[in-house]
Design a protein around this ligand. Structure first.
Ligand code: NDP
Ligand code: 8X3
Length: 269
């Protein structure tokens, strides 16, 4: 946890800044909205489930957001991204922080039996969606020197696991896009970072296991995973470094996850 003085400093840097968060209807995106909201930011929130976005916006306003505006967004559709970014442009000419968070995993099947639908969904959101939103946002980020693009990657970009071929590949793609963007935007004042979490309890597992609650819960059994709050707080820290500082890549895991295949689990008491 950061100290009180650090909190005040971060709020000082971020107050009134425009922050766009994709996938803000749950998990890390909602956690980020609350954390940037607590710094007095103006939030532009997108995802497909608008009712859930509205809940996020209410929580962010309660935390202290200056504004929390929502609009439907499907990053898997170029047309949806275009309409969403037109809406963003109707609210502000500049953008201070872009959090490319929308994404997730679909299925945990080995390549031998996985489906095209799952592969396509993972590449559409985690890779192409990130590219589409970033392309549309760059002109607005360029107008705000010291602005940040922060992409949500994954530990899965660094370590492969059985059943994760397409998800690991998609997140490895996110890492390479981040690195290429940093080269392309060098000297413009736009910073580019990736925050790569390990095991974290959100709706991620529920989506991966297609609504199977028992299977999703098993993933977190006996461990203390990362939370949406942990990642929201981390994103605020990355965005609030002084303008000459770029946090390139941050791998963040819970203390119980020493390695991809070594997660400490406490026996049931
Ligand atoms: P959640 O399932 O809780 O959140 C995923 C968010 O992404 C939702 O808000 C969802 O909104 C949105 N989303 C998914 N697809 C689309 C789409 N096509 N268009 C717009 N929004 C979309 O999981 P997390 O919060 O955990 O996931 C957030 C990010 O973090 C993802 O990129 C995930 O891969 C990554 N990650 C997760 C980890 C974990 O263990 N939880 C670890 C490392 C990385 P909606 O359905 O309303 O559109
Ligand atoms: C989510 C982390 O390890 O389940 O990106 O792939 S993992």
């Amino acid at each position: 946890m950061v100290g009180v003085e650090d909190d005040e400093l971060m709020s000082y840097f971020l107050k009134d800044k425009w922050v766009l968060i994709t996938g803000a209807s749950s998990g890390f995106g909602a956690g980020a909205a609350r954390a940037f909201g607590a710094c007095g930011c103006r939030l532009l929130l997108g995802a497909r489930r608008v009712d859930r976005l509205e809940q996020t916006a209410a929580a962010a306003l309660e935390a202290g957001a200056r504004e929390a505006l929502v609009y439907p967004l499907d990053v898997a559709s170029t047309a949806s991204v275009t309409i969403f970014m037109e809406w963003v442009s109707s609210k502000t000419n500049t953008l201070d922080v872009l959090i490319n968070n929308a994404g997730g995993a679909h299925g945990l099947d080995p390549v031998a039996t996985a489906t095209d639908a799952d592969w396509e969904a993972m590449f559409q959101s985690n890779v192409l969606g990130l590219l589409r939103v970033t392309r549309a946002a760059i002109p607005m980020l360029l107008k705000a020197p010291g602005s940040s693009i922060i992409n949500i990657g994954s530990y899965a970009a660094h370590v492969a696991y059985e059943g994760g071929a397409a998800y690991c590949a998609a997140k490895a793609g996110e890492l390479k896009i981040t690195q290429a963007l940093r080269l392309e935007l060098a000297g413009t004042g736009v910073r580019v970072s990736t925050v790569d979490p390990g095991l974290a309890e959100t709706e991620f597992a529920l989506v991966r296991f297609k609504g199977d609650k028992a299977r999703a819960a098993k993933l977190y059994e006996g461990t203390q995973p990362l939370t949406a709050e942990d990642i929201g707080e981390t994103l605020v820290w990355v965005a609030s470094r002084p303008a000459h500082v770029n946090i390139d890549e941050m791998l963040i895991k819970c203390a119980d996850q020493a390695a991809m295949h070594k997660v400490h689990r406490r026996p049931k008491s």
